[in-house]
Structure formats: C-alpha cells, structure tokens
Write a protein that binds this ligand. Sequence first.
Ligand SMILES: *Cc1c(COP(=O)(O)O)cnc(C)c1O
Length: 388
Amino acid sequence: GPTSAFKDVALSILPHLMTTSYEMNDIYGEVIILTATSGDTGKAALEGFKDVKGTKIAVFYPELGVSEVQKAQMVTQEGENTYVCAIKGNFDDAQTGVKKIFTNEKLIKEFEESNKMFSSANSINIGRLVPQIVYYFHTYVQLIEKNEISMGDMVNFSVPTGNFGNILAGYYAKMLGLPINKLLCGSNENNVLYDFIKTGIYDRNREFHKTISPSMDILISSNLERLLYYMSNEDNEAVKAMMEQLNSQGKYEVSVEMKEIIRQEFYAGCVFKEDTEKTIKEVYNKYNYLLDTHTAVAYKTLMDYKRETGDESVSIVLSTASPYKFSKSVYESLFGANDKNEFEIMEELSERTGVPIPENLKGLKNKKVIHTKVCEVNEMEEFVRKIN
Ligand SMILES: *Cc1c(COP(=O)(O)O)cnc(C)c1O
C-alpha cells in the first residue's frame, strides 16, 4: 500500500465507508478523525483521509517512540486537512489522551456547534477491523489454489500483536466459518498479552520497554475488550467490570472458564530483541526473504509453537510492514552495528540484500517537513480545539 504497512488496506477503505454511511444516515457536517499511533497507523490514516471531502485528521505520535522513517513519513504529510503532533509520552499516553477527548463533553459540544463530530481511525473503530478479516479468507483461498491445502483443512495464523486488532480480525474470520485451528499471538518485551493468555491475568503495572518492534510497544491493548465480550458469552456487565478494574487498578483477572476458552483459541508467544534479530538473519539466510522486526516476532512465535506442540498443519505468518521502515534494526540483525542515519542504512541494506526499497520510502528523505509541533499530553485537547 501507499505507506508500506498492512494497515493501508483497512485505512484506505475506512474513509469511504465512513463518508458513505454518514450520507446514508443523512448526517451532514465534518468528521474530525483523531488518531493515536505507535508509528504505522498514523501515516496510513493520514494517507487514507488526505483531502477526503468532509473530513479532517489529527495524528498524535510518541516523540521518541517511532522509527526515524516512520517519523519522516508523518512530518512530511501533505494535504489540506491533515494535522500531526508529537507528544511527550509513549503510545499508551497518546491513546489515553485521544480516548479522553472522545468523552470530553465540553469539547464535543464546541465542535457540534460548528457541525463537526469526532471519530477514530484506530482499531477501536470497527471499520478498521472489518476490512482486515479479508486477509484471512484471501490467504486461505490462495493456499487452496496453490494446492497447499484442501477446502476445510485447519490452518494456524501467527500475528505480531499490539492493540489486538489484526488478530481479532482473524478470530472474526473463524467465527464466520474459516477453518482456523489456533491463532498465535506474538509479543515483544511488552508482553502483557503473553502473560494474559498464559495466566488469565491482565496486568499493565509493569515497566514499559522501547523495543525494535515499536508498533507493538503497547501495554493497554484496546481490542481485547472486544474479545472478552465474546469469551464471556456476550456478558456486557462482566466486561464493564473488568474494564473498570483496568482503569482503576491497571489489572483484572478473567474467570477460570474464560481463561480456558481463550487458551483453546489462542497461543501466546513472546520474543525478545536477541531472538528477533536472530530470526531475521536465519530467515534471510535460508529463504533470501527480508522480515521486518514485527513479522520476525510472529515467525519465531510460530517456530516455538510448532516445537512445543508438534502441530504440523499449514501455518501462515502475517507480515505487517516493509523491512525498510525499520532499516537500522533489520540491517544490524544481518550485518552488525551501523551508526549512519536511517536513510543511508536503507540504501545500504538494499545494496547488500538486493531487495528493492518501496517507492514511497525512497523519496522520503527529500520531502519537505511540514509538521513540527510537539506538545505535552495535557495539551492535546488544545491542539484539537484549534482544528475547529
Ligand atoms: C499495528 C502494527 C502491528 C500490531 O497490530 P495490532 O492490530 O495493533 O495488534 C504489528 N506490526 C506492525 C508493523 C504494525 O504497524
């Protein structure tokens, strides 16, 4: 897609799903999209909403929490209706700040008076998850066409997971009838989901790690709430109670029955820096395929799963980004330390591996920087107010 992220698929459809549904419901006025990003959502959303009539989009990213390439992608964003702001905090701070604005009645009223309303481009918007379901069916059909599987065969999917959006789309695919055995959830050092699937206890009270897979540096995984809804037999009250505990204590525990169902559907893997780097190198040497740091986590998770369970059925690893968005980490995994800037490393990586750089990333270093704003978390509201 236009930004070399798997998120491009859903985010190029979402603006049109939104504006069409507003028209169908006789809602006229402007939609203000507010987005928190750990790196990739921001750019993909900006591209999706850029100059779409009746919309404006604001993106908040953690100042020190994205790769140089991801940052360059966002600060050079063109379009009359785009706003970008770095925040002094991590992704969870940005996401919490945006969620607060969505429930800020005073601000909502101010915007309503000029016929504007807020919406989200994060995967808390169901319009993000629905298009992603297609990946799973599409992959399955491809495997049938290549005679790798027969119709009805069970397969596994391994997904590098942060906000639990992509993997939840896989669970929806299963609910719709796709023959999926296990969904494998890969985590990095921020392994809150790994612990949750293993123990049934969700506990965000832990150190936040800055990792080489920054799009998964998340401790509050928003879409888990949706999974809990299904796993609790659609018990709204139970889910609400757990979410309130998460808000007040940063922690909750699911019932024994729920834990069992979750473990039947999901396998958890947890892959730290050293193993991620090793995996990138192994896969490159073996298959001449360049994994990005996130995809490497899912790949290693699958290897661990196979070794632990002996399950030999066909398995699919979801690749989530171009390795060139994380050039430095990928380069260093293969060839050792390199202190040049990210764009020089990008070129070197391509020269040494022969894997071409996507056009949209190649031209980036010569683009004009347009967005330079940096704010504190508590200044996010003011930034949004100025868009009105
Ligand atoms: C967003 C993202 C993920 C995590 O996806 P979720 O839907 O948030 O779980 C993984 N890898 C990359 C490269 C991403 O951009």
